[in-house]
Design a protein around this ligand. Structure first.
Ligand SMILES: Cc1cc2nc3c(=O)[nH]c(=O)nc-3n(C[C@H](O)[C@H](O)[C@H](O)COP(=O)(O)OP(=O)(O)OC[C@H]3O[C@@H](n4cnc5c(N)ncnc54)[C@H](O)[C@@H]3O)c2cc1C
Length: 425
């Protein structure tokens, strides 16, 4: 009688989940667990928490959906609260699991968890890889030789015509649950964060919407610098970040779309952006803690410090820059920002207000519905001039950007209000 424990972390799905598929085929009994860490709620992290309200709600919906999907297969999702490693280790000791399934993730905490688990339960941990497009084995370089710039990375991958591994189907069946293991009462809020809806079904529906239903994908390259609205970019990031959508599934659907409907510069550009995501994941695997260091992976000291007032003005959207204020208020209210707005507000914090980039990155971590540790810290370092950027640092001319991307001021009026925006000028 083999007993398996599936520890869900950033892979909240039953499709393309090799760890789950592995346990499904090798165990007679299975427990599926997700652990809520009370540390996510402590504001000890550059004055921000790890988990803010928008992502908490999205996470709760994703877990509810995962539970429903498991339930339809005779399983259930056990939710526990506590230090994740301790919770999982205690479950293993109490219930003598033979196999523990987990999906690898480049986050330093996540990797430490797996390392500790392997140390405590040797031979029992099955670590699968499904958070990235490619496996480490497929990469055309050894990790320590990861290219210093995105362009070199992209060219290396494209030259070899690397194909993401095809996504796995949902397992045909799952082993029976261990009925004695129960959930703790979950402390998460179920606040609605429209128009987002967490979970695997909604994630796939969004992919279908962007590709097959509206064909917006065909104009992605022209529209992707939009500031507001739903359809100017794919909006897949939140589902990709918590793994309710597999990036390999997205790549496979994109490929199918290109074969069956249209292949153009825009369809390529979505893949190009997925490669940016990919690059930052592997950079984080390689650099570990240096991804979070003030001097970054470039080991260069930025000319910034910490000014409490400037940081507060930025957070609250009361800086002298209306476009930044509009974006920061949108972020506070909705948990989301377009890529262009993220670049502008980050440039403002670093280059206009002179604040240490890590405060901005930590606030994004708290606030973003799609927070992904590699994409977030990779992009912040890049803009602060301490990351993977041959040009040093990126300073945007905020007036010029506002004139180009918000020519009639609609974005500012929407989020700051007409009266207040003229007062701030
Ligand atoms: C300062 C800063 C912080 C950011 N923090 C995050 C974050 O925490 N989580 C996150 O997913 N993205 C982050 N991004 C990248 C990007 O802004 C978002 O992925 C994108 O805006 C999400 O919207 P979308 O899904 O419609 O993207 P689309 O434009 O449709 O792109 C498709 C997918 O490609 C990936 N992607 C796109 N642009 C980037 C990029 N520059 N870097 C890495 N991946 C990319 C995302 O997975 C995205 O869902 C950040 C960018 C900046 C400048």
């Amino acid at each position: 009688m083999q007993r398996g424990l599936m520890w869900f972390r950033h892979d909240l799905r039953i499709h393309d989940n090799p760890a789950l598929a592995n346990l499904a085929s090798s165990c007679d009994q299975l427990t599926c667990v997700f652990v809520i860490d009370p540390n996510w709620y402590r504001a000890d992290h550059f004055q921000s928490k790890h988990l803010g309200a928008p992502r908490e709600a999205f996470l709760w919906q994703s877990l509810t959906e995962l539970h429903r999907a498991l339930d339809a297969m005779g399983q259930k999702l056990i939710i526990r609260t506590g230090k994740p490693l301790e919770v999982v280790a205690n479950l293993c000791m109490d219930h003598a699991f033979d196999l523990i399934g987990v999906t690898d993730h480049p986050g330093t905490r996540e990797r430490h968890q797996v390392d500790m688990l392997v140390e405590r339960f040797p031979q029992r941990v099955v670590v699968s890889d499904a958070h990235t497009l490619f496996t480490q084995h497929q990469l055309p370089f050894d990790l320590p030789d990861i290219p210093a710039t995105f362009t070199q990375f992209r060219k290396a991958v494209e030259k070899r015509e690397l194909m993401p591994r095809l996504p796995l189907p949902v397992p045909e069946s799952l082993p029976a649950p261990i009925t004695a293991i129960k959930s703790d009462p979950a402390p998460l809020s179920d606040r609605r964060i429209a128009p987002y809806q967490g979970g695997e079904i909604a994630g796939r529906a969004q992919l279908n919407h962007y590709l097959w239903d509206t064909h917006r994908i065909q104009r992605y390259k022209e529209t992707r610098n939009g500031l507001d609205g739903w359809d100017f970019s794919s909006r897949l990031s939140a589902w990709l970040a918590n793994g309710s959508l597999s990036v390999r599934w997205v790549a496979a659907e994109l490929d199918r779309y290109e074969r069956n409907v249209e292949k153009n510069e825009s369809t390529y550009w979505l893949y190009f952006e997925l490669l940016w995501r990919e690059y930052f994941q592997w950079m984080l695997y390689h650099y570990g803690a240096r991804f979070f260091a003030f001097k970054g992976i470039a080991n260069k000291r930025p000319l910034t410090t910490f000014y409490a007032e400037a940081f507060m003005a930025w957070r609250e959207g009361t800086t002298p820059f209306p476009i930044v204020n509009a974006a920061m208020r949108q972020l506070k209210q909705t948990g989301w920002l377009s890529n262009r707005s993220r670049q502008l507000v980050a440039s403002c914090l670093i280059h206009e207000l002179g604040v240490d980039w890590r405060y901005g990155a930590a606030y994004f971590e708290q606030q973003l519905i799609d927070f992904d540790v590699a994409a977030n810290y990779g992009n912040w370092q890049y803009l602060a001039g301490v990351g993977a950027d041959p040009r040093g640092s990126r300073r945007f001319n905020l007036d010029k950007q506002a004139a180009q991307y918000d020519p009639d001021g609609t974005f500012v009026k929407t989020w700051v209000g007409e009266h207040e925006s003229s007062e701030l000028k």
